[in-house]
Design a protein. Structure first.
Length: 186
């Protein structure tokens, strides 16, 4: 995946920009890159605000905004792609800003996220649980620990199924606010 992101895509972008430069000239190509960056960041901001308002509305209604969170993720990716110079990244970025395109891409992204959650992939993305017997980092720089096979598995919360259950229940949300004022060392 890294090879694709950091070698293939930049080569394709370079090829496309040289072709565009051959048609409209160097100043036109530079202007195109700058204008799409500025326009794209403004569109990403407006769509982000729109999606954030939908998330707030869903939370006020007591429902989990799973669909809106996936839309917010796509708008974030669109913003990153639009500020990256290139024709291909701009095309993909602008398409993620269009609600009908997001609606088409949403089911595939949800399937991918569910797969990551179910597989318990832990790594650069930082979410999921390690499988029993898989090494766990203790966080102190020491040797990695392994989870015993007998350790109970954590119940998996499926945020995409929660929306179908209805309003958020008290048990759906767990917030760790840290120690109480009295428990803090002085």
């Amino acid at each position: 995946m890294g090879f694709f992101l950091f070698v293939i895509i930049p080569l394709v972008e370079l090829y496309l920009l040289t072709r565009i430069s051959g048609i409209v000239g160097l100043p036109g190509t530079v202007a195109l890159v700058v204008v799409t960056g500025i326009l794209g960041s403004r569109l990403a901001r407006s769509q982000g605000i729109h999606v954030w308002a939908k998330i707030q509305e869903q939370l006020k209604n007591g429902t989990l905004p799973a669909r809106e969170m996936v839309d917010a993720l796509m708008v974030l990716v669109a913003g990153v792609l639009l500020v990256t110079p290139g024709a291909l990244t701009d095309l993909v970025g602008f398409s993620f800003l269009l609600p009908p395109i997001r609606a088409l891409a949403r089911p595939a992204l949800i399937r991918w996220l569910k797969g990551k959650l179910k597989a318990g992939v832990s790594g650069a993305s930082g979410f999921g649980y390690a499988r029993p017997g898989a090494p766990r980092d203790s966080g102190d720089g020491g040797p990695q620990q392994t989870r015993p096979e007998s350790e109970p598995k954590a119940t998996q919360f499926d945020p995409f199924a929660a929306k179908q259950r209805g309003p958020i229940q008290e048990a759906d949300v767990v917030v760790d606010v840290g120690p109480a004022e009295d428990d803090r060392p002085s």
